[in-house]
Design a protein around this ligand. Structure first.
Ligand code: E4P
Length: 218
């Protein structure tokens, strides 16, 4: 399973990319709105840092506008993946952009039927939002199970990109189910690094080593 980071902050991407764990980036208008500076330059920097797929979302809501914005976003860098919302206009835009050879990420997926329709029009990725489903009292991961099963049965090449994750458990469950990609906020990736037994284990190893060295030189 590939790991993308869900952020529009270049510094955060730089730090994670340096660890060698990052396969791509997802952004959305809310995340980009938090950053200062020109969004095209920000997206370009991200592409240079990760050298992998960077999802950039259109804000137009009509097909023609989505096509115009999508083509413009794609002109920024070869790594840009055009993100469109799952609406009728988004589905039409996905069909056209995909047939032009662009990679499209259909976002705001909350049902298996939506994911199936997006795959039918050539989406490179579908982004089901598990955390937001959990937030309304349902089990978001059940949707991932359904979509992975459907895409396997239909042999769709569309990748299941698990979005809106809230913690490492969502990440691990996604990997167990067989999702293709998970996009995690930096805070969730940080949580994956933390374990008290790793910290105490390392402290013990170092202390034992120091004591042994001191005993040898005494
Ligand atoms: C995915 O592409 C979205 O940007 C993101 O995962 C949404 O997450 P949220 O529900 O935490 O805003």
């Amino acid at each position: 399973m590939k790991l993308f980071v869900d952020t529009a902050n270049v510094k955060e991407i730089e730090t994670l990319a340096a660890l060698g764990i990052l396969d791509g980036v997802t952004t959305n208008p809310s995340l980009l709105a938090k950053e200062s500076g020109d969004y095209r330059q920000i997206l370009k920097q991200m592409c240079q840092l990760v050298q992998g797929p960077v999802s950039a979302e259109v804000v137009a809501t009509d097909t023609e506008g989505m096509l115009r914005e999508g083509r413009d976003l794609a002109s920024i860098d070869e790594h840009i993946v055009i993100k469109v919302p799952f609406t009728r206009d988004g589905v039409r835009a996905c069909k056209t952009l995909s047939s032009e050879g662009q990679r499209v990420n259909v976002t705001l997926i909350f049902s298996a039927a939506q994911a199936w329709l997006a795959a039918k029009v050539g989406a490179a990725y579908v982004s089901p939002f598990v955390g937001r489903l959990d937030d309304i009292g349902t089990t978001g991961m059940n949707l991932i199970r359904e979509i992975v099963e459907i895409f396997d049965n239909a042999e769709f090449p569309t990748e299941v990109l698990v979005a809106s994750i809230r913690g490492p458990i969502h990440l691990i469950e996604s990997a167990r189910i067989g999702a293709d990609v998970v996009t995690a906020p930096p805070a969730v990736i940080d949580q994956c690094f933390k374990h008290p037994l790793t910290d105490s284990g390392l402290a013990r190893f170092l202390k034992d080593w120091e004591q042994a060295q001191a005993a040898k030189t005494a």
